[in-house]
Design a protein around this ligand. Sequence first.
Ligand code: M6R
Length: 614
Amino acid sequence: MCGIVGYVGDGNVYDILIKGLHRLEYRGYDSAGIALVTPEGKLNVYKAMGKVSNLEGFCKEKDLSGKAGIAHTRWATHGEPSDCNAHPHYSEDGNLAIVHNGTIENYKVLKDALAQHGCTFHSETDTEVLVQLIEYIKLKNNCELVDAVREALKQVVGAYAIAVIEKNNPDRIIAARKSSPLVIGIGDNEYFLASDATPFVEYTKECVYLKEEELAVIEKGEPLKILTLENQESKIDVTTLQMSISQLEKGGYPHFMLKEIFEQPNTLLDCIRGRVVAGGKHVVLNGVIDNIDKFLKAKRIVIVACGTSWHAALLGKYLIQGMCRIPVEVEYASEFRYSDPVLDEQDIVIAISQSGETADTLAAIQIARKMGAFVYGISNVVGSSIPRETDSGTYIHVGPEIGVASTKAFTGQVMVLTMLAISIAQVKETLSKEQIEELGKHILKIPKTVEKVLKLADKIERLSLIYTYARNFLYLGRGYSYPVALEGALKLKEISYIHAEGYPAAEMKHGPIALIDAEMPSVIIAPNDHLYEKIVSNVQQVKARGGSIIAIVTEGDTVIRNIADHVLEVPDMPECLTPIITSIPLQLLSYYIAINKGKDVDMPRNLAKSVTVE
Ligand code: M6R
């Protein structure tokens, strides 16, 4: 939610910041803005509603010189998307500019207090309150900017990642974070600052992830200085990025989403590499093996996540319960945090998050750790907050996911959960050696199998034309295919804005069946598993009410093929591995429907890739 970029150095500040904003646009695109300190000590602030390209258009005839600068792409929280609510915000005397990601919860109290001291406000944002507070403290105490920022942040309740620049100090940026990410790139006599490393990966691979409640003094020609809010110097841990620039480009695809769907044979290969060994005989997930005692003693596992990651979590429940015979509960992180949970040292909490920054999931982790549970993270973004705040965990290693609709991260998460369940089961001996080897062999074949499933793309594109103007969709599945139905419905909703409901197929008769008519297509996920006969009846029930059916079936299916209007055949797989295969045609179907409707699939309205607010 909201992306921040900063730069100080001899490079072209404007170009670096704009390019960086494009990379962070997945975090929000309600408005964008930039503040530049010119060599003459002027502070120029430019803003525009909507995407970064609008800001570029607006800046065309402007003075774009700069020694340092900060920029922001916004996902609105306080105040509607508008020019005046766009960041950067500046202080009353025009000396300071700030960009902010997060939410200042006590901004109203602070705003009232500042108003009493004569401050006036030009926006509805919490951020403007913060910059006015910094200015107020700076003038009142006649102190350095860094001290004013530190004092201001002590008064703030809430989450923030901020960058502040000052007219009179054109070579310096002050940055700080709490619950929202910030990373500093260290170049050659230059520094970068961003919400994640993507804006600067082409300039430097050396970076420092700012920790909770740390503040950085980033000054050209000076060593980086990191302080706590108590003014203690912190140790600087430099990390070397593994990311490459080609991972951040579309590579010839029209959209990141399509690229990411087609990347899945490779991303799944990366996800299982070195983890399924000896020709499939063993699964080695280090995070699990290193903590195997905890998993063996666990009286239950609670999985917390949001959105697509929650759908993966639900599959995790089926996988872990089925293979390891450990009871599993699955909770929306946003509900879990306020549900007065009962947890103790014998519980394991698994937190799943692609971005590793989802605020609700982070809050759930903090509660779980406070209550003594062992917390295991499954994330994609290396160095993000969730891996740093969990006791142990596993990266899915699917590379940067830029399309707002999650695709390759979902299959990566499900793959990791499958390997996690097998790792425990092999020690617990709840699966036999033969069963493990059988699954292991199939896992090794998954990248090739996914490649085959992707060949359905043309057929799905043609099929999508028939259903582009449907106003509602029902997605049905049973067992392992039920979370796939939920995920398929979410994909369609978020990028095509068509209402879609995912349902356990057998629950349909308890209500949703009333919706079915010739106008309401059903997508039914019906691979050849132990519930196949049952779902055949559900398919018949839909047909009997005149509904049209798109069915995802196993190659060679003869029964559903004769009832459904359209079938998409996927290769045979052991039941627990089918979700990785059956979810792919659904990703493609939603993609093509959204494209037919002319929607912006990579940046759907109102959404952001990483949800760092409550
Ligand atoms: O980064 P996370 O996995 O924690 O994100 C959770 C959800 O915000 C995310 O999955 C969201 O639902 C996606 N837009 C789904 O495509």
